[in-house]
Design a protein around this ligand. Structure first.
Ligand code: PXP
Length: 256
């Protein structure tokens, strides 16, 4: 069923913390960025507390929970340590991601199909605490079916391969990847999962994917923080918000 409500924008503030941590100290402050993003139209804030604390710190998570007015989506690996932190912190949502120490960013999705037995108890404990659980997965049928089987509420589809093809000017490759996302988003919605998407999105790709009405939220970070260097943080969020609204409006036009 097409969802024609405005698509939500989750702003990921990890890389504000990356810049801060390059020097140590407190500037730039990811909590200030989160507040600016909300003022400019973000629906929620996302932060990934990595095992090595390379960007977001435990104190950032504590302050985000205490100081921001929008829902916090805490990205985390399915480890005992992160589970304990999430259960203590009680964010609105937890997005479970795979995590390798050596990767630069989250490479690939979670293997929900292969690791379902290990993931199910983590999903169950988070859900029992009232936290909305999302699994970050590749746009593959078997991952969606596995996410539904272990009773995640949400799947976040990894858009990295599509965005990379798009950025490389590989129109044929981008079309294949986009169709994968479209098909899998439909399956996920049919199975009762809420569908999010993210990774590598920019103004152009966010506008395009916003036309897929099964997708109700995009989580975007790196591009926004980079673009803010040139245009300012709040104007960048507003431009992204407008791009997503244009994409959704096209879908509304088709549905009318
Ligand atoms: N969604 C998830 C689950 C992620 O791990 C990331 C990267 O931290 C993003 C969205 C945002 O990706 P990007 O920073 O490339 O916009």
């Amino acid at each position: 069923m097409a969802d024609l409500r405005p698509i939500r924008l989750g702003v990921n503030v990890d890389h504000v913390a990356t810049v801060r941590n390059a020097r140590g100290g407190r500037h730039p402050d990811p909590v200030r960025a989160a507040k600016a993003a909300i003022a400019a139209g973000a629906s929620g804030i996302t932060a990934h507390l990595r095992e090595d604390r390379r960007h977001i710190t435990d104190d950032d998570v504590r302050r985000l929970m205490a100081e921001i007015s929008a829902p916090l989506n805490l990205e985390m690996a399915a480890t005992e340590e992160m589970l304990a932190i999430a259960l203590r912190t009680r964010p609105h949502a937890s997005c479970i991601v795979p995590e390798k120490r050596t990767e630069r960013t989250t490479e690939g999705g979670l293997d929900a199909a292969g690791a379902g037995a290990a993931l199910a108890p983590v999903v169950a404990k988070l859900a029992a605490a009232g936290i909305r659980v999302s699994l970050f997965v590749e746009p593959e049928q078997k991952q969606i079916e596995a996410a539904a089987a272990i009773r995640a509420a949400v799947v976040e589809l990894h858009t990295g391969a599509w965005c990379e093809a798009h950025m490389a000017g590989d129109a044929a490759g981008a079309k294949v990847e986009f169709e994968r996302i479209r098909t899998v988003a439909r399956t996920a919605a049919r199975l009762g999962l809420e569908v999010h998407a993210g990774h590598g999105l920019d103004f152009t790709t966010a506008e395009e994917i916003a036309a897929l009405t099964e997708i109700v939220e995009l989580n975007i970070g790196h591009f926004l923080v980079g673009e803010a260097l040139f245009s300012g943080f709040e104007p960048t969020i507003r431009t992204m918000r407008a791009a997503m609204d244009r994409g959704r409006a096209r879908a509304r036009g088709r549905a009318a």
